[in-house]
Design a protein around this ligand. Structure first.
Ligand code: NAP
Ligand code: HSE
Length: 427
């Protein structure tokens, strides 16, 4: 089975090396002998640590896709528009495609899934969500009939690495990001990681696989981690929480409701919740199902080796399916209504700077009460001009919390709202 590789960077290079070392095992276990015969890159002059002859490389990417000698196309170049052309062309030619490109699928997934179905070939993307963790296949197969109520995930390795370094080593945000880039976790433009676009694209794909809902990437509410401070991390720890970048995907609010909620934001996670122990660049996806109960999938969500492992599993599946003349279908999809974040509910952590004098707490608490936002715990730090009130609320509607904050900002005793962070995963 001849593979055409589009891209030979962090993941493509790791795939070439993994395939080289596992070729005989794969052949013995599956009967399929895999060979990379063509590789498209931007610069053929770059030195690459892969055991592939120089004449396999080209900068003419479409020639790899269209080469009649290429059976399976593996897209690991990233980007959206060019990747869409190459993947679309491969599918139109009846070639299975493997991709790790969540940005592509979040933007054009519905069109590409339909093209794969029409051609009767595989479009597999295990690596696109949570890197090396087998998640797409369990969701598409083992859990296809499970009434999933919510999926909560740490699905960006870069942000989890940064928050772990800030929490455990007191590292600065900038230093931790530079390390994540050096380790090959970050996207070419790390804004996609730290501002939540990468996790948002993955969350949109999860919504498609779990709920059959086509969710456009720009319908995902996303908040980044760049505003999280060392103070937030310290306070959270003292209150029994850790701060994580969390993606939340929820189904309808009743059986008849086909809408979904998809959002990505930093959150306080109770230290005894399984997601709290997910450190470093590890990812985890916590699934709440009506029948199965709670499940958690855990592993490396970024980096060449883990991602290549997921890609290679897909390549083998597609190659075996091709020899059998079959393919995995994505199933029917609907364009779902995505509930706006204003319609969501959550517990909140709020850090409010106030002027420290008698009666201030009563006035602040009165604002919470009038907006029906119930306080679960409260602490004061500092005195005088340095006084800061910290609240954890019970689950409240986002609209009520926003109204509370608006009114607090207008009080002469409130000097600043330092932080507003959701709390997830409370029992
Ligand atoms: P990368 O290191 O930047 O590698 C990209 C590769 O694509 C390079 O070899 C580049 O060529 C090549 N390329 C770029 N534009 C091209 C074009 N138009 N035609 C042909 N080749 C082209 O990226 P990566 O980290 O391996 O990521 C690749 C994909 O995997 C992305 O979609 C990413 O989101 C996804 N992914 C990455 C990870 C991760 O941890 N890194 C994890 C999961 C999924 P040159 O080498 O000549 O520049
Ligand atoms: N940049 C991504 C991350 C790579 O940090 O998780 C995996 O998609």
């Amino acid at each position: 089975m001849k593979l055409g590789l589009l891209g030979c960077g962090t993941v493509g290079g790791a795939l070439a090396r993994l395939l080289e070392s596992q070729r005989e095992t794969i052949a013995a276990r599956t009967g399929v002998h895999l060979v990379i015969t063509r590789i498209a890159v931007r610069d053929t002059g770059k030195s690459r640590d892969v055991a592939v002859a120089a004449d396999v490389f080209t900068t003419d990417t479409m020639s790899v896709v269209e080469d009649p000698d290429v059976d399976v196309v593996v897209e690991l170049m990233g980007g959206v528009d060019l990747a869409r052309d190459f993947v679309g062309r491969a599918l139109a030619l009846g070639k299975p495609v493997i991709t790790g490109n969540k940005a592509l699928l979040a933007a054009h997934g519905a069109e590409l899934y339909a093209a794969a179905d029409a051609a009767g070939v595989d479009l597999l993307f295990e690596a696109a969500v949570a890197g090396g963790i087998p998640l797409m296949r369990p969701l598409r197969e083992s859990l296809v009939a499970e009434p999933v109520t919510r999926v909560m995930g740490i699905i960006n390795g870069t942000t989890n690495y940064i928050l772990t370094k800030m929490t455990e080593e007191g590292a600065s945000y900038e230093d931790a990001l530079a390390e994540a880039q050096a380790l090959g976790y970050a996207e070419a433009d790390p804004t996609a990681d730290v501002e939540g676009y990468d996790a948002g694209a993955k969350a949109a794909i999860i919504a498609t696989i779990v709920y059959g809902a086509v969710v456009a990437h720009d319908e995902v509410h996303h908040e980044g981690i760049s505003s999280i401070t060392a103070d937030d991390i310290d306070v959270a720890r003292r209150l029994g929480y850790t701060i994580k970048a969390i993606a939340v995907v929820e189904g309808g609010e009743s059986e008849a409701d086909t809408s979904v909620a998809v959002r990505v934001h930093p959150a306080l996670v109770p230290l005894d919740h399984p997601l709290a122990s997910v450190r470093d660049s590890f990812n985890a996806i916590f699934i709440e199902g009506d029948a199965v109960g709670d499940l958690m999938f855990y592993g490396r969500g970024a980096g060449g080796g883990p991602t290549a492992s997921a890609v290679l599993g897909d390549v083998i599946d597609a190659a075996v399916n091709l020899t059998r003349g079959t393919s995995a279908r994505i199933g029917s999809l609907v364009t779902a209504a995505v509930r706006p974040v204003e319609a969501s509910s959550s517990a909140y952590y709020l850090r409010v700077a106030v002027i420290d004098r008698p009666g201030v707490l009563a006035r602040v608490a009165d604002v919470f009460g009038r907006h029906e936002v119930s306080i679960s715990s409260m602490e004061q730090h500092g005195l005088g001009d340095e006084a800061v009130l910290m609240f954890i609320t019970h689950v409240s509607s986002e609209a009520a919390v926003r109204a509370t904050l608006d009114e607090l900002r207008g009080l002469d005793i409130v000097t600043d709202i330092h932080s507003v962070i959701r709390v997830v995963g409370e029992a």
